[in-house]
Each structure stands twice: as structure tokens, then as C-alpha cells.
Write a protein that binds this ligand. Structure first.
Ligand code: ME8
Length: 658
């Protein structure tokens, strides 16, 4: 390749957000990373050079606070969690090319150089910031942006800030960013998100505060030891660090701009859709070709108040590995295949861009229908027949592939179009049409009967077509389910024959006849749903968040809980909420407390009146199904209450429990 043709040298550069290391990854982080991995693999299948980067966002108050809670030095804490992320991605078959950490010295240098350069040019200036800050989102808010005094993004309480800071002139670039968005409809996708960003800009962009005073866990502002660089400014620059900006000119020329940046919708309007392009314009750098903001995975909250975005404080985060382990256990599939099945579920279940509810029940249903039935059957019914008169070798084609060849062409086109716009669901739907056509062909041509009748040639021709469908399907499957696709490849004997997986072979007729196939063995054993649900017909539980969050608390943290003896004065059902009861409790205070408790599946209201229970008395009040709840009654059981926690002798209401 010549230096005079840099266009040809450009690699496909794809990124995920770099995740806060305040806790281990959950299904939401896994989603973006698996989606990026799928697209990276799709491009690699085309023989393209790819730079797929992910990593961890390790500075800021949120991370420093989490380290403190664990009693660890921030650096020790982030080192541990960065490893947890890397291990999770390894388990999830994520093949990134670069894992960037914001505590890397190289990254810190790039951030400081950029900061100094923008300050020299007058795009960063010193001032006083007065306003609000949400530590969970690491975001600044104006008074009028708050919702009922809380963070408009996560609804948590915000802190006031009044301090000397540096500001970046976002306002100077606001019009140029808006013009770019208007002129390049593909820049922000999906369209609804693009409109959101435009509306956000039109409400008025203030200059962004880009430093914090006396925040020890951050990159120091060059020549001003009292200030640390704002964590989001530091974090966004990771995409430049990875590309070699200010470090390796050739690499940067071959990499920049990113072809696709994936993220959740939470971090688009305020950060990736505005601050990020404004900083790039100030640095006179080309903007990314495309930003795609997907929706959220929601999960049932512990307080039974419905579905919400997964978050640690709501206790509804789902551990991706535990989901896969659960699936492996229930199906008997290998853990690696179960991981692939979770990847498939995430990308197949919900259109990329929309919100979806994670459910173990749906994961199992998809596993059975799409993987065990459709895909599994294709191989399980065909491969074993090769030991009947074909010496376990791929038979010769019979030249009957006309309609199938046409369908394959169509499926390939639809798959390509869908992947181009990150519509994984549509791409997989298209692929499944081909898989189902393979099964239909098996039903119609019945090679086992042809063999019984001694018609070996026609049986072989039918089997060739079916196996050719399985081979083609494996190519389309590989970006989403790499291990499963490679196992199909092995069983078809193609791995042994040294045949690479290439996109150009997504067509009928490329299966080499005569190749000795591998040992057939079912890849996706069916889950016996009736057995899993149990005789009681119980709901299949998603692996509990607690598995992910198991950590020790200090005595002091425990002492912060105000547990008290309470006597139930009255109990009544809540209209429209089968699981909930409204309780009136005597806690030894002047007024009885009203508490909403999820006890209705286990206790009738009248069974509770007069009982002595234990109350968490200092829980933040919450409104559940329109009823205010001032505490929580303790009961054993995970999602369903099994037994109330009671005392073995009477104590007066209000007595402290410790
Ligand atoms: O925001 N559903 O990090 P973060 C779908 N460090 N995706 C989800 C999700 C959910 N429930 N929860 C999280 C940060 N995600 C910053 C990013 S980038 C320069 C700095 C995914 O750990 C989704 O991609 O809070 C979301 O945007 C990201 O994790 C937020 O991760």
C-alpha cells in the first residue's frame, strides 16, 4: 500500500463507551460490547482491517466513592475492576483490538496536551461554576434542568457546586454541530435520537465545565495543581488516544475518524452528540462518521414497582454470566454455547435502538425455538445420515439449487442492509429464513426415505443442499455466535479441511464435496421448560442481581440501618396490585407508619393484623402504585416472600433490632 493513498489504508474503527469501574459489568454493558463485537467480526469476515476499542473510565467522584466504600486505594480498586471487565469480555467471546484505561499514562498525556492546546487557543477559559452536579451521572445541571430538584437523567439527589473551574466554549461550536447533524442524517442514528440531540442544542448549549476543584482522583489540569480535568472530558478523549492522536501520526491517519461509535441513549445528547463533536471541531478534526445510540435493557425492580433501567440502586442489575450459566445448566449446553445464546438473545429479541425487558423465560423460549429447533435440527437431522452410505463425507451436489441459490442471495442482501444500519434483529430474521428453508427442504425431500429406497444419488443431492445451507448459515451466524458457528464449521469438516470462514462464501454451492465431516453432536440441547418451571408452575427467575453484587459491608454501614420492631395495626389489599398490601404499623412513634409490602402472594391481610414484624425504618419513602410507603417489612425469600421475619418473644413496638 502506498503512502499516497491513505483512503485505502483506513481501517474500520468502531468503539463502545468506556465503562465506569464503579462495579462489575451487567447485561447493559454486555449489550453494547457484544453489538460492537458483532459488527467488528462482520467486517473482519469481509477481510477488512478493524480497530475495535472498548475500555474503562476510571477517574471521577463516582469511582473514587466506590473505591472508598470498599476501603481500597482508587488505583488498586480500578486495577481490579479493569481486570473484571477484561475477563467478562473474554468469557463473552468479545475480541477487542484495544482495551483502553483512562489511568494509562499515555492517555493522561494526550488529555493534558489537548487541554493545554484548547486553553492556549482560548477555547478553554477559567471562570466560576455555580450549579448542580450528579455524581452518579458525573454530569452538571442547570437549575432549570433539574426535575423536582433531582437529576433529570437518573432521578438521584444532586449536589450544589460553587467553585473555580475551567470552561470549554461549547456555545461557540453549537451552531456548527447542529449544522453538521442537519447536513449528515447518518451522523446520529436512530432518527429519533438525532431529533433529541437537535432539540437539546436548540434549548441552548452553555459552555461546559471541564474541571473540578480539589478532586484528587482525576488527571491534573496542566499548570494548575488545584484543578482536575472533568471525568467526561477525559473519557471522551479515549477515542482519540486509541487512534494514536498526538502519539502516532501514521496510525492516526489510518484510523481517524471512527466509522461507528455505539452507546446507550443515556449518554448521547449531553455528551457524545454535543460536547464530543464540539471538542473535535475545536481541534479541527473530522467528526465520527456515525453515532448509534441504542435503547435500555429494563428489569423488574426489587420493590415491585415495575420495570426500570438496570441500576445498582434499584437492585435490578442482571449478571450476564450468571444468565449464561443458568442456561447451560438448564439445557445441558456447554457454557460457551450458552454464552453465544445470550449474545443471540440480546441482539435478536429487541430492535437495536428500542428498550427491552430482559427475561430468562424469553431467553429459554428463544433458545428452544430458534437454536435447538430450527438451527439445531438442520444439523441433527442431516449429519448423522452421512454415515449411511457416504463414509461420513460430504456428498456431491445434484444441481437442484436454483430456488435455494436465489433465496440465499436475497437473504445475504437483506442481512447486509440490516447490519449496515445496526438492525441485528432484521439481519437474524433474514438468516433464519434460510435456516427454515433448509429444514423445509429436508422435510420435502426426505433423504432418509430415499436412502431406504436405495436412491443414494438423490439422497446425497438433498443432503448436500441442506448441509450447504448449514454452512452458509454458519457464516452469517459467526459475528453473533462465534463459538457456535465454529462448532458447526467443525462438524461439517470445514475446520479440519482448513476452509476459512469468509463472507464471500455466503452463497450456495461453496460446500466442498468429499470432505470428511466431524463427529455430529447436538450443539443446542433443548430445555425442558416444564421441568424448569417445576410442578408449581413457578416463573423462571433471572439470575439475581445479588450474585453480581456480593460484597462485604462494614459494621458502620450495617449500623446505618434502622431496624425496628413494629406491630401490624391494619392491612388491606391495593387495587390493581396482586402482590402488594398496604400496612399500617405501630413503630412506637406518635403516628402509625404506612408501608407497602409485597406480601400478598403469601399472606392474607387478616393473617397479618396483630403480628409483630421487623421494619427497615430509615428507608427513603417511595410511592408504589400510587401509595406512599415509609419503610420495608423484612421477610425471607428472594422474589416471592416465603416467611415473615418475626420475634420469638414479645417486644414493644419501636424496639431497635441489631
Ligand atoms: O456512562 N441497557 O459509563 P457507564 C443498555 N463512563 N445499555 C446499558 C444499560 C442498560 N440498562 N446500562 C448501561 C458511562 N448500558 C461513561 C461513558 S464514554 C466516553 C464514557 C451501557 O458505565 C450503554 O452503552 O455508565 C451505556 O451508554 C453505557 O453502558 C454506560 O456505561
Amino acid at each position: 500500500m502506498s503512502d499516497t493513498d491513505p483512503g485505502q489504508m483506513k481501517c474500520f474503527y468502531i468503539t463502545t463507551p468506556i465503562y465506569y469501574v464503579s462495579g462489575p459489568p451487567h447485561i447493559g454493558h454486555c449489550y453494547t460490547t457484544v453489538a460492537a463485537d458483532t459488527i467488528a467480526r462482520y467486517h473482519r469476515l469481509h477481510g477488512e482491517r478493524v480497530l475495535f476499542a472498548t475500555g474503562t473510565d476510571e477517574h471521577g467522584q463516582k469511582v473514587a466513592r466506590s473505591a472508598r466504600e470498599q476501603g481500597l486505594e482508587p488505583q488498586v480498586f480500578v486495577d481490579r475492576l479493569a481486570e473484571t471487565y477484561k475477563a467478562a469480555w473474554r468469557s463473552f467471546h468479545v475480541e477487542y483490538d484495544r482495551f483502553v484505561r483512562t489511568t494509562e499514562p499515555g492517555h493522561k498525556r494526550v488529555v493534558q496536551k489537548i487541554f493545554a492546546r484548547l486553553r492556549d487557543r482560548g477555547d478553554i477559559y477559567a471562570g466560576i461554576y455555580e450549579g448542580w452536579y450528579c455524581v452518579a451521572c458525573e454530569a452538571y445541571f442547570r437549575e432549570d434542568e433539574l426535575e423536582r430538584g433531582r437529576c433529570p437523567d437518573c432521578n438521584r439527589t444532586v449536589e450544589t457546586v460553587a467553585e473555580r473551574s475551567y470552561f470549554f466554549r461549547t456555545s461557540k461550536y453549537a451552531d456548527a454541530v447542529a449544522e453538521h447533524i442537519e447536513a449528515h442524517p447518518e451522523f446520529i442514528q436512530p432518527e429519533q435520537r438525532r431529533n433529541e440531540v437537535l432539540a437539546f442544542i436548540h434549548r441552548g448549549l452553555l459552555d461546559a465545565c471541564v474541571s473540578r476543584q480539589r478532586s484528587p482522583w482525576g488527571i491534573p489540569v496542566p499548570d494548575d495543581a488545584t484543578q482536575s480535568i472533568y471525568v467526561w472530558f477525559d473519557a471522551l478523549i479515549n477515542y482519540l488516544t486509541v487512534a494514536g492522536y498526538l502519539q502516532d501520526e501514521d496510525k492516526f491517519a489510518q484510523t481517524w475518524p471512527p466509522d461507528l461509535q455505539l452507546m446507550g441513549k443515556d449518554i448521547l445528547p449531553r455528551f457524545h452528540g454535543t460536547l464530543w463533536p464540539a471538542v473535535l471541531l475545536a481541534l479541527e478534526l473530522p467528526l465520527p462518521k456515525r453515532l448509534f445510540a441504542h435503547g435500555w435493557w429494563l428489569a423488574a425492580t426489587n420493590d415491585d414497582s415495575g420495570l426500570a433501567k438496570m441500576s445498582k440502586s434499584l437492585g435490578n442489575v442482571i449478571d450476564p454470566l450468571a444468565s449464561a450459566e443458568g442456561l447451560a445448566e438448564m439445557s445441558g449446553a456447554s457454557e460457551s454455547i450458552a454464552i453465544d445464546a445470550v449474545r443471540y438473545y440480546l441482539l435478536r429479541e429487541v430492535t437495536f435502538g428500542l428498550d427491552g425487558a430482559f427475561s430468562m423465560e424469553n431467553l429459554l423460549a428463544r433458545f428452544n425455538a430458534d437454536l435447538a429447533n430450527d438451527l439445531g435440527n438442520l444439523l441433527n437431522r442431516s449429519l448423522p445420515l452421512l454415515s449411511r452410505g457416504f463414509e461420513r463425507r460430504i456428498p456431491s451436489p445434484g444441481g437442484l439449487t436454483g430456488a435455494l441459490a436465489e433465496l440465499t442471495e436475497q437473504v445475504r442482501g437483506r442481512y447486509e442492509e440490516a447490519i449496515e444500519v445496526c438492525d441485528f434483529r432484521r439481519a437474524l430474521e433474514a438468516l433464519w429464513e434460510l435456516i427454515r428453508a433448509g429444514n423445509k427442504l429436508m422435510d420435502e425431500r426426505q433423504p432418509w426415505n430415499l436412502l431406504r429406497e436405495g436412491n443414494r444419488e438423490e439422497a446425497g443431492a438433498a443432503l448436500y443442499d441442506v448441509l450447504d445451507v448449514a454452512r452458509t448459515a454458519a457464516i452469517g451466524l459467526w459475528p453473533v455466535m462465534p463459538e457456535a458457528a465454529e462448532e458447526i464449521w467443525r462438524q461439517l469438516g470445514l475446520a479440519g479441511a482448513g476452509q476459512p470462514l469468509r463472507w464471500e462464501d455466503f452463497r450456495m454451492g461453496a460446500l466442498p464435496a468429499g470432505v470428511e465431516v466431524g463427529k455430529p453432536s447436538p450443539i443446542f440441547p433443548r430445555v425442558d421448560l416444564a421441568k424448569v418451571r417445576g410442578r408449581a408452575g413457578q416463573e423462571v427467575k433471572p439470575p439475581a442481581a445479588e450474585v453480581l453484587e456480593q460484597k462485604l459491608i462494614t459494621l458502620k454501614q450495617f449500623q446505618e440501618l434502622d431496624l425496628r420492631v413494629a406491630k401490624v395495626l391494619a392491612a388491606e389489599p391495593i387495587a390493581g396490585a396482586d402482590k402488594l398490601l398496604k400496612l399500617s404499623l405501630d413503630v412506637g412513634e406518635e403516628q402509625p407508619r404506612q408501608v407497602v409490602a409485597g406480601l400478598a402472594t403469601r399472606y392474607r391481610p387478616e393473617e397479618l393484623v396483630g403480628r409483630t414484624v421487623v421494619l427497615v425504618a430509615n428507608l427513603e419513602p417511595a410511592t408504589i402504585r400510587g401509595v406512599e410507603s415509609q419503610g420495608m417489612v423484612l421477610a425471607a425469600g428472594e422474589r416471592e416472600p416465603l416467611s415473615l421475619v418475626v420475634l420469638d418473644s414479645e417486644c414493644p413496638p419501636g424496639t431497635k433490632v441489631r
